[in-house]
Design a protein around this ligand. Structure first.
Ligand code: CMX
Length: 134
């Protein structure tokens, strides 16, 4: 069902402050910034091999990432696994009793279709399914 880790999402207060460490110190390839209005975040993408790090900066106090930072400070926010067929993956998870935040896919960065599993149903780790657009 899952093919690989697509990215790890890291909540940050400021992309401008966070990017230099990943780009200049860790020397990851910086692949640009995209605003995902639906999620109320600006996302900076950094590539490491075939995986990515997504730095997530909230664009509103109502953003889930703003709430996360308020409670926990900056840090790992979610892990995203790539799937080939997101509808089939959601159906299999629901059949297995998982609590889905999204029972239907929605739009994510770079045209991907995404769905989140609630952290209460995945051992405290917010988990994303991600079907990349081709
Ligand atoms: N990782 C682990 N646990 C988390 C969490 C996270 N990222 N965010 C919240 N939680 C926990 C809280 O700590 C809380 O636990 P307790 O009840 O033990 O205190 C519980 O989940 C509920 O949290 P809450 O603050 O009451 O609820 P929220 O209104 O903040 O909603 C969640 C939490 C996960 C449902 C919401 O953040 C959500 O729908 N997330 C999915 C969308 C998202 O995160 N988008 C941003 C990234 C977008 C992108 O990558 O493009």
């Amino acid at each position: 069902m899952l093919t690989k880790i697509n990215h790890i999402g890291i909540a940050v207060k400021s992309l401008d402050d966070a990017i230099p460490f990943y780009r200049d110190n860790l020397r990851m390839a910086f692949a640009g910034i995209e605003e995902v209005a639906e999620q109320k975040v600006r996302v900076a993408m950094l590539e490491i091999g075939e995986s990515k790090i997504e730095l997530l900066e909230p664009t509103s106090e109502e953003s889930p990432v703003a709430k996360f930072i308020e409670k926990n400070g900056s840090g790992i926010h979610h892990i995203a696994y790539e799937v080939v067929d997101i509808e089939a993956a959601i159906a299999a998870l629901l059949a297995g009793g998982a609590r889905m935040i999204d029972e239907k896919p929605r739009g994510g960065a770079h045209g991907a279709r995404i769905a989140f599993i609630h952290p209460k149903s995945s051992g405290g780790v917010l988990t994303e399914l991600c079907q990349v657009g081709h």
